[in-house]
Write a protein that binds this ligand. Structure first.
Ligand code: NDP
Length: 248
């Protein structure tokens, strides 16, 4: 997609999984990418893999910290001047029975998946060009229940409603705000949650098209939503889940 050439996109959680796959697609299309995540070594490894020289900026950043997000915005401003896209993708998963969820765990999940998404967007806005686009990473858990994820599932549903409100707010600037909601996508997060072959087979068996997703399946949907091909789409959620949430 030629339109991405020399444009700059921020990707939180860009050091692995869907974030890194999206960065790969954007770099192929000629974009600059900013990879943000907590672990500097992971970001460096991702930049090496992308092999795009100074078109990749890595910035260690915890999205639950507004001070970190301020520093991130400063680094992006200094280096690239403006953004044309944001993929608010960083996420944290946790499983616990309701009675076992500690306040610390609650704050970790809400801080990353809800507060982190909101302030990633807010702190990006002064840099975001009119006509730019924001994509938030949701989850299939907005649409189907899974035991032991009461806080994670709630944060993911919350950002879908956040997207709708932000779309209305930012529409006059022609900034579009949408979400992707992945199904079972094979990444570090998925493999940590479904660590055995049996567990992965059980997940696969729930997917209408009969395979687990790849990070690139999400990247393709994100690129579409960031691109002008989606110029009349805002406030929407695209489920990229192989039919996981549309079959029983
Ligand atoms: P990964 O674990 O590969 O990616 C998650 C990324 O988020 C990591 O790079 C991690 O980097 C970063 N991250 C976590 N916490 C923070 C934080 N506080 N600040 C900044 N970065 C952070 O998994 P996925 O690619 O699967 O996850 C991407 C998104 O997709 C997440 O939002 C997840 O909830 C969502 N999702 C995943 C599904 C799946 O099946 N894989 C299904 C549905 C939704 P670091 O540790 O260095 O900070």
């Amino acid at each position: 997609m030629a339109e991405f050439k020399d444009r700059t996109v921020l990707i939180t959680g860009g050091g692995s999984g869907m974030g890194l796959a999206t960065a790969g697609r954007l770099v192929e299309a000629g974009a600059n990418v900013v990879l943000a995540g907590r672990r500097a070594d992971k970001l460096e490894a991702a930049a090496k893999e992308l092999d795009a020289g100074d078109r990749v900026l890595t910035v260690p950043c915890d999205v639950s910290s507004t001070a970190d997000l301020d520093r991130l915005a400063d680094r992006i401003g200094d280096r690239f001047g403006e953004l044309t896209g944001v993929f608010a993708n960083a996420g944290a998963l946790g499983f616990a029975r309701a009675g076992d969820v500690t306040e610390e765990e609650f704050d970790r999940l809400v801080g990353t998946n809800f507060k982190g998404v909101f302030f990633t967007v807010q702190k990006s806005l002064p840099l975001l060009a009119d006509g730019g686009a924001i994509v938030v990473n949701g989850s299939w858990l907005t649409h189907r229940a899974l035991a032991f994820t009461p806080v994670y599932a709630a944060t993911k549903a919350a950002v879908i409603n956040m997207v709708r409100s932000l779309a209305a707010d930012l529409g006059p600037r022609r900034v579009r705000v949408n979400a992707v909601s992945p199904g079972y996508i094979v990444t570090e997060m998925f493999e940590a949650a479904a660590s055995t072959e049996e567990a992965q087979e059980e997940c696969r068996s729930q997917v209408a098209i009969g395979r687990l997703g790849a990070a690139e399946d999400i990247a393709d949907a994100v690129l579409y939503l960031l691109s002008s091909r989606a110029s009349y789409i805002t406030g929407q959620e695209i489920r990229v889940d192989g039919g996981l949430t549309t079959s029983v």
